[in-house]
Design a binder for this molecule. Sequence first.
Ligand SMILES: [Cu+2]
Length: 294
Amino acid sequence: MKFLPILGLVASLTSTTQAHGVFSTLFINNISQGDGKCLRTSFAADNISSPITDIDSPEMACGIAGQTPAPDTCAIKAGAKLSFEFRLWASGSLPETGNNSHLGPMAIYAKQMGDASSVDPAGSGWFKLWEYGYDEMSGTWATEKLMANDGIVSVQIPSAIPTGKYLIRPEIIDLHNLEASPAQFYIGCAQVSIIEGSSKPLRVPTDDMVSIPGHIKASDPGVHFNSHPSAIKTFPYILSGPRVYEFHGAKEITEVAFGPLNDPSRIVSAPALASSMTRPIAIRGAGRVRHREL
Ligand SMILES: [Cu+2]
């Protein structure tokens, strides 16, 4: 009998502290804002690194703590480079940057908001800034590139994005455990206030604007592609959700996403406007080819 409480404790530890991954830290132009700063996360909740598997849950929008506004909203200039650090545990008390068994695509979404204290992250208004699936050339998933880059993924905020406040939402979809679980989503939201952007109102075509939850259906092939190393796969992997919305004058930067922090050659300065209107086709991410919107 003496051992029972101890056994119970061990059982509860293993069930509540199993770590998968969590968005812990926002970087602006390669500078860390501090763990949790401007993020809708909680370093106290012990389930914060757990995946979301209910594709219709409001938690799909900004994660387990996503309905609670962060006290701070980080100011950035349009055109800034934003980087998102994922860790195995939010505290960083384990050295791993994430779960190496996770294999799947990634995306980054944005939603304009009036104010962080009143916005409901769940619902309409989301558009996609970036996506990456599976690179057939190198045989690597987005998550593998993330792990190889110390858990850091980056995006350049378009210089033509309208000035205003936004939620920015990185998304990992882990597909390696489909035998036992639906697709596992790891998401979080940063609150940013974009300055020196376009003074025009945000106008994203309806086709490119989605609701979250709802942006990916449970029946979508993109969440039924078993990425486990032993699974039989038929490529290409087709990404889920809307296509990437590109703002007019967007500058194509392909190396930013999984480039290292503090690489002087990749520090983002004032972005140039696209000089040519003749680029017919661009490959965005992997697994999807489409026309560039100009
Ligand atoms: Cu996991």
